[in-house]
Design a protein. Structure first.
Length: 134
């Protein structure tokens, strides 16, 4: 799991993003096909993501933003420790598509995406994430 925020000096809030409709990710796995959920975090911290297959060769994956679905939000610093490690997508909120309110990115390898679970080591390299107009 990797969760990242937007740099404070690189705010999306002031940019004109109306015509951007896809997320472009340059990504590869280390040795085998991996399954990863690539997501955006909105202003309330809710995640919207899509599962992709990642092969050992560098690839560009285009994710149409209208295909993102509500998904678990990983709470990487849940405190106190009795709090849950994630928030289920039961909030019944659909993403309104406003890119100016995006607060971060989330990459998750989920055991549910692997037959028999996700035992062992998994490695995925992300080189670039960009907004794209198509």
């Amino acid at each position: 799991m990797l969760k990242t925020g937007i740099a404070t000096n690189n705010s999306l809030a002031t940019r004109k993003l109306r015509f951007y409709n896809s997320l472009l990710v340059k990504i590869r796995s280390l040795q085998k096909t991996e399954y990863i959920r690539v997501g955006l975090l909105d202003e309330d911290g809710f995640a919207y993501s899509k599962k992709i297959a990642v092969t050992p060769e560098w690839q560009y994956v285009i994710l149409p933003l209208d295909e993102l679905e509500a998904s678990n939000t990983i709470l990487s610093r849940a405190y106190p420790k009795f709090l849950p490690a994630n928030i289920d997508p039961l909030h019944n909120k659909t993403w309104d598509g406003n890119l100016n309110l995006i607060q971060g990115l989330q990459f998750v390898i989920d055991a549910e995406d692997y037959p028999g679970g996700a035992e062992g080591w998994h490695e995925v390299w992300v080189e670039e994430v960009s907004l794209l107009r198509r």
